[in-house]
Design a protein around this ligand. Structure first.
Ligand SMILES: Cc1ncc(C[n+]2csc(CCOP(=O)(O)OP(=O)(O)O)c2C)c(N)n1
Ligand code: SF4
Length: 515
C-alpha cells in the first residue's frame, strides 16, 4: 500500500501508479512473467491482499490465465515487457475476437534504447495488427488514470485494451493521487460457445464484430479527452504521445499540441482539424513513425525528420535537432558494460565450458554476460529457450563440433522444456546445462516453480528439475555444484564424450538471492 501525504498523494513510479490505478479499478486477477521494465507492476499488485496475483511460467500462460479470469467475470490484467508480448501473441490475436466479459487490460512496457532487452520493438503496431485499442500514458499520474479508462473501455466495447508504457514512464516518479478501491459487480459467468469457441464459423462472425467495434472505437478516439488539443501560438504544432510529449513541452512550451493518449485507433478528424490550424506540423514519437505514416495517409503535410531518430530512445536534448529536420542522431557513446557479480556461480560453470573449448548456444539471463571478455564463453542469445533449440540446430549445421546448450532455471521453465522434449524425440545427443541459481536473477530475483515459493513467498508445490528433465527424455541428468570445480569439470568432460542426451544441472544459489 502506497504511503500517502496530507494531500492524499504518494510519490510513485509509473509501474507503481499503474498498479495503484488497477487496484482502485477493482482488479481481481493479475498474471505476469518478469521482464524489465515491467516487473514491478506484479510485485506491487501482489502486495494487495484483495488481488489474486501470480508469477506465471511464461507470458503465454500468464495471458491465458488472466484472459480466462476476465471471460469468467473478474477484472484481470496481464503485464509483460515488449518481447514478452511476442510469446503471448498466439492467444492475443484470437482474444481480439473472443472479447471479454469483465475488463481485461494488457500492459506492455517497451524498452526504447534497449536498456535491458535484446531488441527494440514498437508495440503500437500490435494494436493495429490485432485491431484492439491502445492507450499510452505520458506520466505516472496518467498511468493510474488510464488503466481505469482501459477497464471501462474493455467492458464497454467487449475488447482487451492494450496499455503501452515505456521504460521512462515505468520508472519515472511523480506525486500521484491515491483513490479508493471500487469493485464493480461481477457479470454472471455463462457458457457462450459462439463467443469463446473459435472454430472457423464462429470466428467469422466474431471478425465481423471486431470490424464494427473498430468503427465505434474510432468515434471514441475523436471525442475522448485522452486525445487532447492544446492551443499554442500556431506557428508549430506537434502531434505526439508518451514521453516525447514531456520532452517537447520542456523545449517548446508555447507550441500547439495534439497529445494522443489513445494512440489506436487514430482520431483522423482531430488530426485534420489540428493540422489546419498550425503553420508547420511535426510528428514527434519514439521509435517507429507509427503516427507519422498514418498522418501522411490522410494527405496531411508533415515536416521531414532524419530516419536516424527511429533508433534508440529520445531525450529532451535530442528534440531540437529532430524538430529542425536536418540533424542526424549522433551515435550513442558506448554504455558501460554490465558484468557478472564477482562471486557469481555462473563464473565457475563458464570456466568449465571454456576449458573444453565449447561452442556455447546460450540464452537470456545474467549468464548472457559470459559472452563478454575476459570469459567470452557464450556464443548465441536470441530469445528465451533458444539455448536448447540452437544446441540442436548447431549440432545439425556443424556436426563434430563440441557444442553445449546453456540456459538458466527460470528460462528453462519459461520455454526450454519444449526444446528438450524436441531434442529427445528427434534423437539429438549432446549436453544441455541448466544454470540453477534458484531464482530469476536478471530481473531482480523473482520466484519460479522450481523455488517452491509463490510471488508472495508462500510455500507451494516445488518443481523438481531433475525429475522433469528425465521425463522430457534426457538419458542422463547430473546435479553438480559448479563451485566443486573438479567434480563439475569431470562430469562435463564425461558427458560431452558420450553418445547420449544429457542434462547437467549446475546448482548453486545466486549471491544476491533474497531470502
Ligand atoms: C520473452 C521474455 N520474457 C522476459 C524476459 C526478461 N528476462 C530476461 S532473462 C530472464 C530470466 C532470467 O532468469 P534465469 O534464466 O533463471 O537466469 P539468471 O538471470 O537467474 O541467471 C527474464 C525474465 C525476456 N528477455 N524475454
Ligand atoms: S545477480 Fe546473481 S546470478 Fe546475477 S550476476 Fe549476480 S550473483 Fe550472478
Amino acid at each position: 500500500m502506497a504511503k500517502k501525504n496530507s494531500l492524499n498523494q504518494a510519490l510513485l513510479s509509473g509501474n507503481e501508479a499503474l498498479a495503484q490505478g488497477a487496484y482502485e479499478a477493482g482488479l481481481s486477477v493479475a498474471c505476469a512473467y518478469p521482464g524489465t521494465p515491467s516487473t514491478e507492476i506484479l510485485e506491487v499488485l501482489a502486495g494487495f491482499p484483495e488481488i489474486d496475483a501470480q508469477w506465471s511460467v511464461n507470458e503465454k500462460v500468464a495471458f491465458e490465465v488472466a484472459l480466462g479470469a476476465a471471460t469468467a467475470g473478474a477484472r484481470s490484467l496481464f503485464a509483460c515487457k515488449h518481447v514478452g508480448l511476442n510469446v503471448a501473441m498466439d492467444p492475443l490475436m484470437t482474444a481480439s475476437y473472443t472479447g471479454v466479459l469483465a475488463g481485461f487490460v494488457i500492459v506492455v512496457c517497451d524498452d526504447p534504447g534497449m536498456h535491458s532487452s535484446q531488441n527494440e520493438q514498437d508495440t503500437r503496431w500490435v494494436a493495429l495488427y490485432s485491431k484492439m485499442p491502445m492507450l499510452e500514458p505520458a506520466s505516472p499520474a496518467e498511468a493510474r488514470e488510464f488503466v481505469k479508462e482501459a477497464f471501462a473501455m474493455s467492458e464497454r466495447f467487449d475488447t482487451p485494451v492494450i496499455l503501452r508504457m515505456t521504460t521512462r514512464i515505468s520508472h519515472t516518479k511523480e506525486n500521484v493521487t491515491i483513490g479508493e478501491r471500487k469493485v464493480p459487480e461481477r457479470p454472471a459467468f455463462e457458457r457462450n460457445a459462439a463467443k469463446y469457441v473459435m472454430v472457423p464459423g464462429h470466428a467469422y462472425q466474431r471478425h465481423i464484430l471486431v470490424e464494427k467495434r473498430l468503427v465505434k472505437l474510432k468515434a471514441v478516439a475523436e471525442r475522448t479527452r485522452l486525445n487532447r488539443i492544446e492551443k499554442g501560438n500556431g506557428k508549430v504544432g506537434f502531434i505526439t504521445s508518451s514521453v516525447a510529449y514531456q520532452y517537447l513541452k520542456e523545449n517548446y512550451p508555447d507550441a500547439s499540441y495534439l497529445k494522443l493518449g489513445m494512440s489506436y485507433p487514430f482520431c483522423d478528424g482531430k488530426i485534420r482539424q489540428f493540422a489546419r490550424n498550425v503553420k508547420k506540423l511535426v510528428v514527434v514519437e519514439e521509435l517507429d513513425p507509427f503516427i507519422e505514416e498514418h498522418v501522411k495517409t490522410l494527405g496531411v503535410k508533415v515536416a521531414a525528420k532524419d530516419p536516424s531518430f527511429r533508433i534508440g530512445e529520445l531525450t529532451p536534448e535530442l528534440i531540437p535537432g529532430l524538430v529542425a529536420g536536418k540533424a542526424k542522431r549522433e551515435q550513442q557513446a558506448a554504455k558501460r558494460k554490465p558484468r557478472l557479480c564477482p562471486d557469481c556461480p555462473h563464473w565457475a560453470s563458464f570456466a568449465a565450458l571454456k576449458k573444453i573449448d565449447a561452442y556455447v548456444a546460450g540464452d537470456i539471463g545474467c549468464y548472457t554476460l559470459a559472452c563478454l571478455p575476459p570469459m567470452s564463453a557464450l556464443h548465441s542469445c536470441l530469445c528465451m529457450g533458444a539455448g536448447v533449440t540452437f544446441h540442436e540446430g548447431w549440432r545439425k549445421g556443424a556436426p563434430g563440433k563440441c557444442i553445449v546448450g546453456v540456459l538458466g532455471d527460470s528460462t528453462f521453465i519459461h520455454s526450454g522444456i519444449t526444446g528438450l522434449i524436441n531434442a529427445a524425440y528427434n534423437k539429438t545427443k549432446g549436453v544441455i546445462m541448466i544454470l540453477d541459481n534458484s531464482t530469476t536473477a536478471m530481473t531482480g530475483g523473482q520466484q519460479h516453480p522450481a523455488t517452491g515459493l509463490t510471488i508472495r513467498n508462500e510455500p507451494t508445490k516445488k518443481l523438481i528439475l531433475e525429475d522433469l528433465c528425465r521425463a522430457c527424455g534426457a538419458d542422463h541428468v547430473d546435479v553438480v555444484d559448479p563451485k566443486n570445480l573438479e567434480e563439475f569439470r569431470a562430469t562435463l568432460e564425461k558427458r560431452i564424450n558420450e553418445e547420449a542426451l544429457s542434462v547437467i544441472i549446475s546448482r548453486h544459489p545466486c549471491k544476491l538471492l533474497r531470502r
